[in-house]
Design a protein around this ligand. Structure first.
Ligand SMILES: [Zn+2]
Length: 127
């Protein structure tokens, strides 16, 4: 069955190939609509929330090993997909903020260590 992009669902995302075939603005629009449809909480800035979803989905679709491993660890421990994406986004957020504030560049090794250290138990209340 052909994928209908207007029906993007955070719990049941398109395949990596379908995701990667879309351009960034399309991805942002889909994530924004999915949150609006489900009335999910997006904090004070819906655009920033969507942007961090897209960053995480891009990493997962690209098969970035530490991100995929952290993702699988969370899912195996029973955290739903949406909250798992938020947990992974918490690492991305922290490192992007560090770049904006002071650090000379995005430190991938440090980010990878944080993905590995991310603890599903800390997000257990969000299942
Ligand atoms: Zn979200």
């Amino acid at each position: 069955m052909a994928h209908d992009p207007s029906e993007y669902d955070i719990e049941h995302p398109p395949s990596a190939d379908e995701w990667l075939a879309m351009d960034e603005s399309e991805r942002l629009a889909l994530v924004t609509r999915a949150h609006a449809r489900s009335r999910a909480r997006v904090g004070s800035n819906a655009a920033a929330h969507a942007a961090f979803h897209v960053i995480v989905e891009n990493r997962l679709a690209a098969g970035h090993t530490v991100v995929v491993n952290a993702y699988e660890r969370f899912r195996a421990s029973g955290v739903n997909r949406h909250n798992t994406v938020h947990a992974l986004a918490s690492v991305a957020t922290q490192h992007v903020l560090a770049v904006l504030q002071e650090q000379p560049g995005f430190n991938q090794e440090e980010a990878d260590r944080d993905y590995e250290a991310l603890d599903p138990a800390a997000f257990a209340g969000n299942r």
